[in-house]
Design a protein around this ligand. Structure first.
Ligand SMILES: [Zn+2]
Length: 270
């Protein structure tokens, strides 16, 4: 994490709630061969990154069209959070979301997100966030945003309002303490929810509750919509699992194949 920490020192003051510091354009930063190699140059400028290394992952990231200026989707003023599978937008963007946090936390993820400027939303369970706060803070400083995925990762559908509120507000309170920002988005565990969930989420500070349109696991994108291609506003779901680096890369390639650009979900929900 030395690389990232150095960057943090230089730039942490510029990463604010507006998340405008990162250009949404994502560019692969391959090692630049020097124009005039000196006899003592080492390593050789023609050295390719070792497959599986952080440099290799960064080198594999496609170059995206610049994301359009976000046009946030208006939310109806009701007593319940809005529920969406995909964000209703025609803008040519898609969203990467990473869930849970307790199972695995590959060490190079924060540096990858930082170097490739990958916009990510993390739906965290608060105990994992509390136990591994530094890990998620590094991703936060790299541009990621922490959102709410309950305390205990239990299915909420059919539970009482009080029980659901306890899970959602309890996590929101803890995450706010740890990361300095109140969660504005919520994802119910297993995607299972009912109308009470949307009320409780609203009362805990969430504007919207998100399901997903694709899942990504072990480097493979699985489409849950008939088009079998990423659509504008789609939400890709992956988890903090051992293959997260591959999952991030697979998601980026799928978004690129669709002619879209990855963007930050929070910039589109106001
Ligand atoms: Zn989950």
């Amino acid at each position: 994490m030395a690389t990232l920490l150095t960057l943090l020192t230089l730039t942490s003051c510029t990463v604010g709630p507006g998340h405008t510091i990162h250009a949404r354009q994502i560019t692969a930063t391959q090692p630049t061969p020097s124009a005039q190699p000196t006899p003592s140059a080492s390593p050789s400028p023609t050295t390719k990154p070792v497959p599986g290394s952080l440099d290799w992952y960064v080198s594999q990231v496609p170059t995206f069209p610049e994301a359009p200026p976000p046009q946030p989707v208006p939310l109806p003023a009701t007593g319940a959070a809005q529920f969406w599978h995909r964000l209703p937008t025609d803008q040519r963007v898609a969203f990467i979301t990473i869930d849970d946090g307790g199972l695995a936390r590959p060490p190079e993820v924060a540096d990858f997100i930082w170097r490739a400027h990958i916009p990510v939303t993390m739906f965290l369970n608060s105990p994992a966030a509390e136990e591994h706060t530094d890990y998620f803070r590094q991703i936060q400083v790299a541009g990621g945003v922490v959102e709410n995925h309950t305390i205990n990762h239990t299915s909420l559908a059919g539970r009482s309002y009080d029980r659901q509120k306890q899970e959602i507000c309890g996590a929101a309170d803890k995450l706010e303490t740890l990361f300095g920002k109140r969660a504005t988005l919520f994802r119910p565990p297993f995607g299972e929810y009912d109308s009470t969930t949307l009320k409780a989420a609203h009362d805990c500070g969430a504007k919207a509750v998100f399901h997903w349109t694709e899942t990504v696991h072990e480097g493979k994108v699985r489409y849950q919509t008939p088009e079998k291609v990423v659509q504008p506003g789609d939400v890709l779901l992956m988890h903090f699992r051992p293959a997260l680096m591959d999952d991030l890369l697979a998601a980026l390639k799928a978004i690129h194949r669709a002619g879209l650009t990855p963007a930050l979900l929070e910039d589109y929900v106001r």
